[in-house]
Design a binder for this molecule. Structure first.
Ligand code: UDP
Ligand code: MN
Length: 305
């Protein structure tokens, strides 16, 4: 049995109706199939579309690496100071304290090598940063050093060191350049010369070091150096053949052979500001660098009595 009804003056029965519906569905399907594919974004009027460009620069992230041992008071001042200073410049950064926790003499360069390796994943450049040197002049920009290392604490402005190849204190370098020079030498146990050796690595690699522009302050007012030389004594001892070896350029050691163990990783806050502390035990090859521990002069003289 078929029912029928009237539509726009035509009498239509149910089987005709089914045929018409199928026909219309087919025509609509064909029409939709030939339309170009549109994203939701394109469907919006042009003025309302989000402006996504492949050229939007993602800000580079800085790892502030602080080689450290027994400088807690300085750290308490350093962390709030650096947050305040770098936030003003809108630099994305994290602070890493690389604490030497073995009983060898302090090795600033090896600690920086370790800090570099530990921050490989999330950071584009590092600041090799003394804990006792606080930048005061806002024109000392900690921007990404795309074209070569930037020596923040230049010899013209450092409170203590003024020779023109000096690159100690605070140096910015991008990961690729640090890798290019194989990092720093691991031979420097005790105070001094590791930064001068690093300068030769940079020069040999054909990189040039630049300094912050527009600095009108001088050696007295560009940095605060929180360092009392009687309270924080520099370990200037030279033992075994340390003097001869460390005067020469080291073509062997660097990030690829720094020997260490991570003894702990802690997230601390100072005035609610976070930082990461890595406790690092450096290992010393006594055949290669016996001066990682100098003989105790008192013991040596009592043994001969
Ligand atoms: N440092 C440390 N403990 C030490 C020796 C050095 O933490 O026993 C670190 C600290 O970050 C310090 C940096 O190494 O700022 C450079 O050492 P120092 O200040 O003695 O050298 P300076 O540049 O004043 O001659
Ligand atoms: Mn110092």
């Amino acid at each position: 049995m078929s029912t029928s009804f009237k539509f726009m003056g035509f009498r239509i029965n149910s089987s005709k109706c089914l045929t018409i519906c199928l026909g219309l569905t087919f025509v609509m399907g064909c029409y939709l199939a030939v339309l170009p594919i549109q994203s939701e974004k394109d469907a919006l009027p042009k003025a309302m579309r989000p402006q996504i460009s492949s050229k939007v620069p993602v800000k580079k992230r800085l790892a502030v690496l602080v080689p450290f041992r027994d400088r807690f008071e300085e750290l308490l001042e350093f962390v709030p100071h650096m947050y305040n200073f770098l936030n003003k410049q809108r630099i994305p950064f994290d602070i890493f304290v690389i604490q030497q926790s073995d009983s060898f003499r302090f090795n600033r360069a090896s600690l920086i090598n370790v800090g570099f390796l530990l921050t490989e994943k999330n950071h584009d450049y590092i600041a090799m940063h003394d804990v006792d040197l606080l930048p005061l002049n806002d024109n000392l920009k900690y921007d990404y050093p795309a074209y070569g290392p930037i020596h923040i604490s230049s010899p013209e402005t450092h409170p203590k060191y003024h020779y023109n190849t000096f690159i100690g204190g605070i140096l910015l370098i991008k990961r690729e350049h640090f890798q290019l020079v194989k990092g720093m030498s691991n031979n420097y146990w005790g105070w001094g010369l590791e930064d001068d050796e690093f300068y030769v690595r940079i020069k040999d690699a054909g990189l040039s070091v630049s300094h912050p522009a527009n600095i009108t302050t001088g050696t007295e007012n560009t940095f605060k150096h929180v360092h009392d030389k009687t309270y924080r004594r520099r370990d200037m001892r030279k033992c075994y053949n340390q003097r001869e070896v460390t005067r020469r350029r080291d073509r062997k050691t660097g990030i690829h052979d720094v020997r260490y163990k991570i003894k702990g990783e802690h997230t601390l806050t100072i005035n609610s500001l976070p930082l990461t502390v890595y406790s690092v035990e450096l290992l010393c090859d006594r055949n290669a660098t016996p001066w990682c521990q100098c003989p105790d002069p008192k013991k040596a003289s009592s043994n001969t009595k």
